[in-house]
Ligand binder design. Structure first.
Ligand code: HEC
Length: 123
């Protein structure tokens, strides 16, 4: 008696392959997330109490040339509400990675970075 198994198999394989790909993607995303969270610099920044007034001074000295004195944008984009577009880790990465030229790579101390974060979150 003919069974429809032969016709079903290819579909099942595609589904399984899809699940495997999904699993790998999830693992990679989770891995990167874990890696960023366990980075000692990030740990140190996130556990420091930031001060937005000091953050504003650091911002005006280092960032305002491009982002404007009030972070309303010049060469670089306006940073108003940037805290709702990017995660804290995303913001730290943006400042310290140097991956989006012409924005330079900054190396603030964990305390300075915590201050900057606090300030950025007030915008
Ligand atoms: C030389 C100019 C320049 C300086 C100085 C600079 N930036 Fe930027 N910044 C840019 C540019 C250009 C972009 C857009 C990069 C892109 O996404 O391609 C950007 C993007 C950003 C973003 C992401 C904005 C978004 O909407 O995703 C943040 C946050 C940021 N900068 C913060 C800072 C901080 C904090 C400093 C100071 C420590 C700083 N920048 C100094 C040019 C600069």
């Amino acid at each position: 008696m003919d069974t429809p198994i032969r016709e079903e198999r290819p579909a099942r394989k595609i589904i399984l392959a899809g699940l495997a790909v999904l699993l790998v993607v999830l693992l990679v995303v989770f891995g990167v997330y874990q890696m960023r969270h366990s980075d000692p610099y990030i740990q140190s920044v996130l556990s420091s109490q930031g001060d937005s007034d000091r953050g504003q001074v650091i911002f005006q000295q280092n960032c305002s040339v491009c982002h404007g004195l009030n972070a309303d944008g010049r060469v670089g984009p306006s940073l108003h509400h940037v805290g709702s577009r990017k995660t804290r880790i995303g913001l730290i990465h943006q400042v310290t990675s140097g991956q989006t030229p012409p924005m330079p790579q900054f190396q603030p101390s964990p305390q300075e970075m915590a201050d900057l974060l606090k300030y950025l979150e007030t915008l």
